[in-house]
Design a protein around this ligand. Structure first.
Ligand code: AHR
Length: 649
């Protein structure tokens, strides 16, 4: 463009002088022709609002999560203490450091022989040689890349401890890394030679909001102190104990998710059978949870246990979609179908009973004991995860064994297969897609001709993978194009969930590129793909409508759904081209309000994106468009995703 301007300036040197009006007119004509040349020819979009085509699943959009990228620990799960159970390796007890104030002296080391429960049989031992009130000794924890502290807030904590010698009370403090200033402090008294839990509350005053803080536990007398399960929570979503980060839950709520697929993903399977998500070890008091290794190469605290997942569903009014371990782990370990698999099938039956059973069942009573007498509603159970990767070929038989046992007790449950099988017809098949944007542009009609007599489809994991740690605008366009196909085929596709959902953006926090939402201890942001999800998830009718697009380029996509109950029509438009796209829309067979709400997410370049320091560089913008009768001439900007919400009168 700049070159064109320079050349026209050069040629004007040889032109006779013109009046101001003539020059202005010529400039206007030139500009109009440049714009016209830059644009695609108009698309004619004809929609018949009185001709429903197919139903749209009310559960189409949901969430898929697992312990990856510090999604729970260091993410959604609001625990501020990292390595609260004092696991150690060759590098020592990670994320814990010695505090020796003034001339105090102490040493710390892991104690493998003493712990407060049969799940936590080890602890941290602190031997204090010298300490007094002014020169305290102890340990500090650095949190998940810091600890976010807000002014005038309350932090609730606890720890298990025992002592030998009179170490006196334990002082617990939130301390600024930058200034060493104590932001809040509390004391726990009455330590003895027996393990006991101590609770405390830390209240901040007018401290500046920052993540550069740590937690210290110190004593003022020589002696020995053993510590285990040191925990600290900020205010949580819905004020739930052992709960979730408020900011992240609000981000998720804005997506209007209809279901939650949990606990994974690879996280369900583990690298090895003994590293699977063993749900019975994730329920009850935290002190009874041994923790386990995630296949994403770090230890999971299991603070996010089965009941916490269900609580998350309750908080966001999502249907639980429970994935049960089905006898395959990632390092090509599998359990043979038949008697060997029986204990795993029984585990799944027990798990379903824990979720849905009344309090007079064994596992329903256990759930009540854990604080939730009310059973949860469950419709879908997924048998395993990505079992196509099981090279033994045992999945069809494993699926069948689970199917038979679960259906015998719970005939109403819909059982999802994670790989195509030919020995029986599963209720639902889980398809996964991790692709580039171009593939989604070419494949947006993937399900248009799919067999309607086979199993229903769950697109349990999908994403356009462009951009890291979170997707860019190019990826969001690929996502949006793909979602128009999901909506058009939602008579077949009962559910779909983008993956992965969350990532901690600190160095070392990421195991998988292109995650929907990024965060650190203090802040979060939604990627352009996140906003595409919000736009699609918040504007969904219950049926598709007959429609036709003439003159559409290979980078133009749309979806039209209607809600009879709400008297709304939702038109989603995607222009993945670098130039604007005019659309002549004719919405026949209904009477429309003259103003319609338009929401636009657009960028100047596909590489444009959001980040932790530029969280809203791209975000949807609301405006309105005017409808004349049934018609609307609308121009979609370049690289844009739009929703037009029409009111029917
Ligand atoms: O979403 C990341 C991983 O991708 C999931 O854990 C797994 O199911 C898939 O391969």
């Amino acid at each position: 463009m700049r070159y064109t301007g320079a050349s026209s300036e050069r040629s004007s040197l040889h032109m006779p002088k013109k009046t101001f009006a003539q020059t202005a007119l010529l400039a206007t004509i030139a500009l109009a022709s440049i714009i016209a040349a830059a644009q695609q020819p108009p698309v004619t979009l004809t929609i018949h609002a009185d001709q429903p085509v197919s139903p749209v699943s009310p559960t189409l959009y949901g969430l898929m999560t697992e312990e990856i990228n510090y999604s729970y620990d260091g993410g959604l799960y609001a625990e501020m203490v990292r390595n609260r159970t004092f696991r150690s390796d060759w590098g020592g007890v990670n994320f814990w450091y010695l505090v020796e104030g003034g001339n105090s002296a102490a040493k710390m080391e892991p104690d493998k022989g003493s712990g407060p429960s049969s799940a936590l049989t080890h602890s941290l031992r602190l031997d204090v040689e010298k300490a007094d009130a002014q020169n305290q000794a102890g340990v500090l924890n650095t949190g998940w890349w810091g600890m976010a502290v807000e002014p005038n807030s309350e932090y609730k904590g606890s720890f298990y401890a025992k002592s030998s010698g009179d170490v006196g009370p334990v002082t617990v403090s939130l301390v600024s890394d930058d200034t060493g200033k104590v932001l809040a402090t509390a004391t726990a008294t009455g330590l003895s030679g027996d393990w006991r839990q101590y609770t405390f509350t830390l209240k901040t005053a007018a401290a500046p909001a920052s993540a550069a803080n740590h937690l210290a536990l110190t004593v003022a007398h020589p002696g020995t102190l053993w510590l285990q399960l040191v925990s600290l929570f900020p205010p949580t979503y819905h004020d739930q104990p052992n709960g979730f980060r408020i900011d992240l839950m609000e981000k998720l709520a804005a997506m209007h998710p209809a279901f939650l697929r949990f606990p994974g993903g690879n996280y369900l399977e583990g690298d090895h059978i003994n590293e699977r998500f063993d749900w019975k070890k994730t329920i009850g008091p935290l002190v009874d949870r041994p923790t386990h290794r995630s296949p994403w190469n770090y230890q999971s605290s299991d603070g996010m246990g089965l009941l916490e997942f269900l609580g998350w569903c309750e908080d966001l009014e999502m249907n639980p979609l429970l994935a049960v371990y089905a006898g395959y782990s990632l390092e090509q370990e599998h359990v043979n179908p038949g008697p060997d698999l029986e204990p795993y099938v029984q585990d799944a039956l027990d798990e379903i009973e824990y979720v849905t059973g009344s309090t007079d069942t064994k596992w329903g009573a256990e759930r009540a004991k854990d604080g939730h007498p009310q059973p949860f509603k469950l419709t879908y159970v997924e048998i395993g995860n990505e079992d196509t990767f099981d090279h033994s070929g045992s999945y069809p038989e494993r699926y069948a064994q689970f199917y038979k046992a679960i259906k015998a007790k719970y005939p109403e449950l819909q059982l999802i297969a994670t790989a195509p099988i030919n020995n029986m017809r599963p209720d639902v098949l889980d398809d996964h897609y991790y692709v580039r944007a171009t593939r989604n542009f070419q494949d947006a009609n993937h399900y248009d001709k799919a067999d309607r007599n086979g199993p229903k489809i769950f697109v349990g994991e999908w994403a356009t993978r462009e951009g890291a740690p979170t997707p860019n605008m190019g990826a969001a366009l690929g996502d949006a194009a793909w979602m128009t196909g999901l909506e058009r085929n939602s008579d077949l596709i009962v559910m779909a969930s983008y993956a992965p959902l969350l990532t901690n953006v600190n160095p070392g926090g990421l195991q998988w590129d292109t995650d929907l939402i990024g965060y650190n201890a203090e802040k979060n942001y939604g990627s352009p793909s996140y906003y595409a999800q919000v736009m699609f998830g918040s504007h969904l009718g219950d049926h598709t409508l007959a429609s036709k697009a003439d003159g559409a380029s290979a980078k133009f996509f749309y979806s039209i759904t209607g809600s009879a109950a709400k008297k709304k029509l939702y038109l989603k438009l995607v222009n993945a081209a670098s130039t604007p796209q005019a659309v002549d829309i004719d919405l026949e067979g209904t009477k429309l309000a003259p103003k319609a709400k338009l929401t636009t997410l657009s960028a100047k370049d596909t590489q444009a994106t959001n980040s932790i320091n530029r969280p809203e560089f791209l975000k949807p913008v609301d405006s309105s468009v005017t409808v004349t009768g049934s018609r609307l001439r609308h121009t979609i900007p370049q690289y844009a995703i739009e929703v037009i919400e029409f009111d029917e009168q």
